[in-house]
Design a protein. Structure first.
Length: 136
């Protein structure tokens, strides 16, 4: 028994196929989905979706959105997404370090728009970098 997984961004279909297991970065923590999961809708945070297909894990960097689980169908609607296998690990690591530096520069400010933007950029860069790593 398997799941049907669709990951859809406004400009592309990132993934459309079957999966044995899906791990979602929900806003309340990681959420594992197996065949026969109860129906639900959840908000997704910027993070990494992990998908198990034929014993191999792969990753997709997600930039926030929603997921709906209905029977054995999982539909993920996101603002943007990128397959981990298509992300250059070296450039993703450089972007992460740059985002960390930018965040550290505005960290002392309380709730400035610059701090919020720096935090969002750091979250995106971290998700992209983590998606390049092979899950165990």
């Amino acid at each position: 028994m398997s799941l049907t997984l669709r990951v859809l961004a406004p400009d592309q279909s990132v993934f459309d196929g079957t999966a044995d297991e899906v791990i979602l970065p929900s806003t309340t923590g990681l959420l594992g989905i197996l065949p026969g999961h109860i129906s639900m809708v959840t908000a997704l945070d910027t993070g990494v979706l992990r998908v198990l297909v034929n014993g191999n894990w792969s990753s997709i960097a997600l930039m926030g959105g929603f997921a709906e689980v209905e029977a054995d169908d999982v539909t993920v609607l996101v603002n943007a997404a990128e397959l981990g296998s298509k992300i250059d690990a070296t450039s993703a690591e450089i972007e992460l370090e740059k985002a960390k530096d930018e965040f550290n520069q505005v960290e002392g400010k309380t709730t400035s728009p610059e701090k919020i933007k720096a935090q969002q950029n750091l979250n995106r860069a971290r998700a992209r970098f983590q998606a390049t790593k092979t899950p165990s």
